[in-house]
Design a protein around this ligand. Structure first.
Ligand SMILES: C[S@@+](CC[C@H](N)C(=O)[O-])C[C@H]1O[C@@H](n2cnc3c(N)ncnc32)[C@H](O)[C@@H]1O
Length: 257
């Protein structure tokens, strides 16, 4: 990579890039993400799946969050650019020891991505790209990713599995022991006519004030996700369907040549 390209990436590693649209992940979710949410889905299995695509590669993560996956990926990739629109999530990541081959960009994937391609591979885990209002917005976001990929580069995508989430909608409210902690986590799940799933989370731990936050994601069937991928300029190579209660299907797609 040229020095010019490296300079361009590091210039983007700034906390105050303008983000003008709504941001879903605020301080409440960022405050508990690493202690209460990330442990439920250890990164190791994800990295095993990503390894063939990211080893030695220049890689883009869309919705990098607190770096649950980006940090272990950085150990095997040449370079990782992590993009996210949430300042609190990126601040939590920046507070860690971030390796020199990781750059962070605060930006919204619903807009063209302010990163310098081409990347050899991209990935998006835990359904980050599902944070869209409808199928057209998902297709546009995927096209923004496609635009910075080299022809033939792979996109690995974890997307919400309808087989797991539709039964939760039917239950509406689910209370579970919080994994690895005392107390409980209560999910309140609704699905509207536009297929937007709203999942409210309330974490109650002994002697502490409750932590509450809410996520909205587009819940669509696998064939519809594949259609959005194709419309955005990808060829779908594999779909690994989640076995309930696994939360996400896994798609491997390739940027059309
Ligand atoms: C469930 S977290 C996943 C974080 C990380 N990929 C992981 O696996 O732990 C979803 C992430 O997507 C980010 N996100 C949601 N909507 C976004 C958008 N429009 N643009 C950029 N990032 C977005 C959130 O801020 C959050 O950090």
């Amino acid at each position: 990579m040229t020095q010019h390209a490296l300079d361009a990436i590091h210039a983007l590693d700034a906390p105050d890039a303008p983000v003008t649209r709504d941001v879903q992940y605020g301080t409440a979710v960022a405050s508990v993400y690493d202690s209460l949410i990330a442990p439920a889905l250890p990164a190791e299995a994800t990295v095993v799946r990503l390894r063939p695509h990211v080893t030695g590669a220049r890689v883009l993560e869309i919705g990098v969050g607190t770096g649950r996956v980006a940090l272990p990926v950085a150990a095997i990739a040449a370079q990782v650019v992590g993009l996210d629109n949430s300042r609190p999530m990126l601040e939590a990541l920046r507070a860690k020891t971030v390796p020199g081959n990781v750059s962070l960009v605060r930006a919204d994937f619903r807009e063209p991505l302010p990163v310098t391609g081409p990347f050899d591979a991209a990935y998006s885990t835990m359904g980050s790209l599902a944070c869209v209002a409808d199928r057209d917005e998902l297709t546009a976001a995927l096209a923004h990713v496609r635009a910075v990929l080299a022809p033939g580069a792979t996109l690995s995508l974890e997307y919400y599995a309808t087989g797991t989430y539709r039964p939760l909608v039917a239950q509406h409210t689910v209370t579970l022991p919080t994994p690895h902690h005392g107390g409980t986590t209560t999910f309140t799940i609704t699905l509207d006519d536009a297929d937007v799933l709203t999942m409210g989370t309330r974490i109650d731990a002994d002697g502490e004030p409750p932590v509450e936050f809410s996520e909205r994601v587009l819940l669509i069937e696998r064939d519809e996700v594949e259609t959005c991928l194709r419309r955005a300029g990808f060829t779908v190579e594999h779909v690994y369907a989640a076995q309930s209660p696994q939360p996400y299907d896994w798609y491997t797609a390739r940027a059309a040549r």
